[in-house]
Structure formats: structure tokens, C-alpha cells
Design a protein around this ligand. Structure first.
Ligand code: PMP
Length: 361
């Protein structure tokens, strides 16, 4: 006889909550969690292995709690004059976001974003005992500076998440929205740039807005463009005082010596690691053009995935694709599905399967 959650003295505010649960099914074509479907290039993999092997010799000792070489490598990669005292990292940007909510959220506080957005924001928020509130988006999931600012002002949250570009919609976020939202709150403003490397190359990052804004933070991840999802490495840039706040809540030695060694080695090969980004962007644009030709309505995407409208029955199409060995994401928006750009072959498999499962509504 096994117990149920109701039998345990669980926190009242966690009762009835659902865990994050994107299906992890062993299908031949997995395009459901916005991974980079290209493996780490061999020459970098060799270097990472050497670096991990060296770290392994000292693995009897705790790692560098301040992960200094890794923070230096992130500062170099990000540019914009950033230095290591403005950098933080953790096991995936999910943990980076959790550190922020542990320091600035918690019981009696609120976090806010504009729905639909990344499904982990409410889960991370509630995990710290804070309350989640969501505002609304305009036409095609876009945000307008004046409307975004007035919603934030009315909600008066302690933490605002701005997903730029937005998951699950792919929508770009203009920097004037970030500026307007920052001015409309006394709270922390997180710009989550998990997909920034897939945006047009001449677009400015919110990193350019950091000087003089000590409540602004820009988070990134190595999971997407860097093809490093399995290694679990996320990071952020902010004012050094903000980094000090995160030191109050992190567990000591939260980044293992092996993680630090792997990530630092990978960052020294950033251009090679990022080599597939242009190819992924080409497949993304091919998906948009082809689903449109099939009668669906894709949204503008600056990410490595495409959300499209016009699916008569999202669950039925999801199942039909599943039967054909293709895993996409039903993000819970009626008549929509989201698909990650794969390799050329994977993308072709998805597009052929979609064409074969029937027509758009
Ligand atoms: N932010 C956004 C917008 C994401 O889509 C994801 C991953 N799906 C993450 C953060 C978390 O990525 P990770 O923890 O792998 O760095």
C-alpha cells in the first residue's frame, strides 16, 4: 500500500499543484522541449572531456564556491563591458530563476508575468511560497510598452518576468517594453533571454539596459544555442549587489566541479558551440513557411521553435504526430501546437507527418 499526497503533511499552498511535466518519450523525433537537436561538435567534446578528467582528479575536494573562471568566461562571452562580479550561474537557468525568487520572492510577496509565458515561472514562484499573478498580451501575443507598464503598476509585484523572446509563443520583446516596465515598478525585473542567440544578429540585448538599473537582471542559458541542456548550466548578469543577494540563498558548492569544468571548456569554444544556430534558424523559418503553406498560422518567432494556430483539435493532432514517431508540444492553448526546429531531417519528418495528418481548420 503506498500513500497519497493527502496522507503527508505537505504545505497547504502546494496542495493541488501540478509538477512540471513535459512528456519524455523515447520517440525518434523529439521536438517538444526546445532543445538544440544538434550534438556538441566533436572537437569541443574532446576538450570538455579533458577538462572534466582534470577536474575529476580533485573531486575529493569541494569545488570553487565562487566558480570564478566560469564567471569570467561568461563575462567574456556576453561582452558589453561586463565583469565577473556581475555574473551568476547555477544548474540551468531554472535554478538561476529559483535563486532570484528565493531572495526576492517568498511568502507574502508576488511575482508577475504576461500569459502565456514560460510554464516554470509560476511553479518556481509558488515553490518559494510567493503568489503568482498574470497579466495579458495584445494582438499575436505582443506587448506594448504603455499597456505593459500600466498592468505592472496595477499589479505592484515584487518580481516581474519578461521572457524575451517569449516561450511558448516565440514573440520578440522590444527593449522599450523593458524600460517602461522597469520604470513602472520598484521590484525586480527579470529579462529571460534563454533564446536570445536565435534572434536576428543585429538586435540589441537587454544587457545594454543594465547600467544604472540595479533592479534589472538578464538571465541566459547554455541549454539552447549552446547545445548543453544535459549539462544544466544557466547564468545571469546584474549589478554586483544583486549577485550578493543570490549568495544568501544558494547552497554552498551548488555548481559541481564537473559542471564548472565542462561549462568553462565549452565557453572557450563559443563560436564552434554556436555554429549550428544559423542552421537552426533556417529550419525554424522553413517550418514557419511550410506550416503556413499547409494552411496553419505560425507566429513570428525569434527562437528555435514555432507556435502555430489553426489546429482543429490540438490533442488529436498531437496524438497523430506521436503515432508517427514525432513529439511536439501541446502548450494548452486551444487550436495551437508548438514545435522545436530540428535538424534538416527531423524537420522534414515533422513537416511530412503534419501534412499527412490532415488539414488546418
Ligand atoms: N527560460 C525559458 C524561457 C525556457 O524556455 C527554458 C527552458 N525551456 C528555461 C528558461 C530553462 O532552461 P534551463 O533550466 O535548461 O537553463
Amino acid at each position: 500500500m503506498s500513500a497519497s499526497l493527502d496522507d503527508l503533511p505537505l504545505r497547504d499552498d502546494l496542495r493541488g499543484q501540478k509538477p512540471y511535466g513535459a512528456p519524455q518519450a523515447p520517440l525518434p523525433v523529439a521536438l517538444n522541449v526546445n532543445e538544440n537537436t544538434h550534438p556538441v561538435p566533436q572537437e569541443v567534446a574532446d576538450d570538455i572531456l579533458d577538462s572534466v578528467a582534470r577536474a575529476l582528479r580533485d573531486v575529493n575536494r569541494y569545488p570553487d564556491r565562487e566558480f570564478t573562471p566560469l564567471r569570467e568566461a561568461f563575462a567574456d562571452y556576453l561582452g558589453h563591458g561586463l565583469t565577473r562580479d556581475q555574473i551568476w550561474a547555477a544548474n540551468g537557468s531554472n535554478e538561476v530563476l529559483q535563486h532570484i525568487l528565493q531572495a526576492f520572492g517568498g511568502p507574502g510577496r508576488t511575482a508577475f508575468s504576461f500569459a502565456p509565458t514560460y510554464s516554470m515561472y509560476p511553479i518556481i514562484t509558488r515553490g518559494t511560497g510567493a503568489t503568482w499573478t498574470a497579466g495579458t498580451r495584445g494582438h499575436d501575443f505582443t506587448l506594448d510598452p504603455a499597456d505593459a507598464a500600466s498592468q505592472v503598476e496595477a499589479a505592484a509585484p515584487d518580481v516581474v518576468f519578461l521572457c524575451a523572446p517569449n516561450n511558448p509563443t516565440g514573440t520578440p520583446l522590444p527593449l522599450d517594453v523593458v524600460e517602461a516596465v522597469y520604470d513602472a515598478t520598484d521590484g525586480i525585473v527579470i529579462v529571460d533571454e534563454a533564446y536570445q542567440e536565435f534572434a536576428p544578429h543585429d538586435e540589441r540585448s537587454a544587457l545594454t539596459l543594465l547600467p544604472g538599473r540595479e533592479r534589472l537582471v538578464v538571465s541566459r542559458t547554455m541549454s539552447k544555442a549552446f547545445a548543453f541542456a544535459g549539462a544544466r548550466v544557466g547564468y545571469l548578469a546584474a549589478d554586483p549587489a544583486f549577485i550578493d543577494a543570490l549568495r544568501l540563498v544558494r547552497l554552498p558548492y551548488h555548481l559541481s566541479a564537473l559542471t564548472q569544468a565542462a561549462a568553462t571548456a565549452a565557453l572557450h569554444h563559443a563560436p564552434t558551440m554556436l555554429r549550428m544556430v544559423d542552421e537552426i534558424v533556417a529550419q525554424r523559418d522553413r517550418i514557419s513557411a511550410t506550416v503556413e503553406a499547409l494552411g496553419y498560422r505560425p507566429y513570428e518567432s525569434w527562437t528555435n521553435f514555432v507556435l502555430f494556430n489553426g489546429v482543429e483539435d490540438s490533442a488529436a493532432t498531437w496524438h497523430a504526430l506521436y503515432e508517427r514517431g514525432i513529439l511536439v508540444r501541446d502548450v494548452g492553448i486551444p487550436h495551437h501546437l508548438r514545435v522545436t526546429a530540428g535538424t534538416e531531417d527531423e524537420t522534414t519528418a515533422f513537416l511530412d507527418a503534419l501534412a499527412s495528418v490532415g488539414s488546418a481548420s
